[in-house]
Design a protein around this ligand. Structure first.
Ligand SMILES: [Zn+2]
Length: 97
């Protein structure tokens, strides 16, 4: 049976493109797995940092009462939301080069 060479070349090119797409899809899957693992690790680390220690009823910085809702959501809170925000902004500012 006769098959034109051009058809064979075309089929080979199509097969090669399909293979490249498969490999690209595999690389994307692997990248997604790595992103998921890194995210999971970061979330676990933050969760560990924010759930350690005991909270306070009064803010460490201003002395105002820490609202019950905040105490429930962040059991180890030692500052009111305003002071915590200020504290984190200062801390981030001091970390910049
Ligand atoms: Zn405060």
């Amino acid at each position: 049976m006769f098959r034109p060479i051009r058809d064979d070349a075309s089929n080979a090119a199509v097969a090669l493109e399909a293979l490249k797409l498969d490999r690209f899809a595999d690389e994307l899957d692997l990248t997604q797995v790595r992103i998921d693992q890194a995210t999971e690790f970061a979330v676990a680390q933050i969760r560990r940092q924010t759930t350690q220690g005991e909270g306070r009823r009064a803010c460490l910085d201003c002395g105002d009462a820490i609202p019950l809702q905040r105490q429930r959501h962040v059991p180890n809170a030692i500052r009111c939301i305003g002071c915590q925000d200020l504290y984190e902004r200062r801390r981030m500012g001091s970390l910049r080069c």
